[in-house]
Design a protein around this ligand. Structure first.
Ligand code: KG4
Ligand code: ZN
Length: 340
């Protein structure tokens, strides 16, 4: 099946063409530079840029394959969750294309996309598995029992892990997006220079999601206090030590939870995806964990850890093959959990 996939949930504009799961075109335009001066995403700027870029990117992808819309058998588009303005740009465009060309349309949950990004390289990766989506907007752990059958085991009670990376990068004056910048700086630092213990999660908290919840605001605040205590001329080697120690604390929490859930669910297949899965420190720790515990851990290549349209196309193709179709009433949603 020839699929056009569109992803505009945040600050990436992504378009892909797939033919029976084979990636034939894969375009991603990032907006890092646009938002960098603000130290975070400005939603209005994000949706305006999506609008400027999307039509020509779809045309470019089709031209790359020598296809026209008449060759497309299905359109998959991210409909939730994300920035509502940005989502609506992709969704409205996809609906217009579907209506004008009589092409079947399916809306896809962005998190479901991340959970299946691993199938770009490993289409046969077997169910069930534990899937950790760790990105700028989410830190959520799922028991993926089969395609379309997800149970949310836990999620962050405050900041997403990527959000914490971005905020700490801002504190250190590094720019946006902060994750890759901290990742790079951490390689020059000492991860045990500052000790940040695991978070204390209140078992009676109102905001709890599940047994395997996360929390990153404590370590972020601890970093803020340290930076506030420095004078302007602080030795820059302390910056790399702090970046390395912060990263180690985040990685430790992620790996601990995964390990606990893997034991409780007797599940040795693990998938880690989302922007933070690009982190070198995390990839290394997961590699060690896999070796020590005999886990089969799959991580998408870095291009498919961060936001992309291929993962949306993979999920959309499966739904289309199962006969799912969405009409003009399909709407976007800023918030939509999976598996609750
Ligand atoms: O999945 P993604 O592209 O977009 C969302 O759905 O949020 O994730 C973006 C997030 C940002 O917070 C970014 O700082 C973080 O992923 N990120 C990283 C790395 N690369 C991207 N965090 C840590 N280390 C990295 N190498
Ligand atoms: Zn994402």
């Amino acid at each position: 099946m020839r699929i056009l996939a569109i992803e505009t949930s945040c600050d990436e504009t992504a378009v892909a063409l797939l033919d029976d799961g084979k990636v034939l075109a894969d375009l991603i335009a990032t907006q890092g530079e646009l938002h960098s001066p603000y130290g975070g995403i400005v939603p209005e700027l994000a949706s305006r840029r999506q609008m400027e870029l999307l039509p020509s990117m779809v045309a470019d992808a089709l031209a790359q394959c020598g296809w026209s819309m008449a060759d497309i058998e299905g359109i998959a588009v991210t409909r939730a969750p994300g920035l509502i303005g940005a989502l609506l740009v992709g969704l409205s465009f996809a609906k217009a294309l579907a209506f004008a060309n009589g092409t079947p349309l399916v809306g896809v949950n962005h998190l479901e996309g991340h959970l299946h990004a691993v199938r770009v390289e490993h289409p046969e990766f077997a169910y069930p598995y534990l899937g950790l989506v760790v990105s700028g907007g989410h830190t959520s752990l799922y028991h993926v029992r089969a395609f379309g059958d997800y149970r949310l085991l836990g999620a962050t009670r405050d900041d997403a892990a990527g959000e914490a990376f971005d905020k700490v990068a801002k504190l250190l004056g590094l720019g946006y997006p902060g994750g890759p910048l901290i990742d790079r700086l951490a390689t020059q630092g000492e991860p045990t220079a500052f000790r940040f213990g695991p978070p204390k999660l209140d078992p009676d908290a109102v905001f709890q999601v599940g047994e395997y919840d996360f929390s990153f605001s404590g370590v972020k605040t601890a970093v803020a206090r340290i930076v506030q205590g420095w004078n302007k001329n602080a030795n820059t080697s302390r910056h790399s030590d702090l970046a390395a120690s912060f990263q180690a604390a985040v990685v430790d929490q992620l790996c601990r939870r995964l390990h606990q859930a893997a034991r409780a669910y007797n599940c040795s297949r693990l998938v880690v995806s989302g922007g933070v899965a690009a982190n070198q420190g995390l990839r290394q720790r997961l590699g060690d964990l896999a070796q020590k515990e005999g886990y089969q851990i799959a991580m998408p290549p870095i291009r498919y850890c961060t936001d992309n349209a291929v993962m949306i196309g993979i999920v959309g193709a499966e739904y289309l093959a199962r006969g799912v179709r969405h009409g003009p009433e399909l709407n976007a949603a800023a918030v939509e959990e999976l598996g609750r």
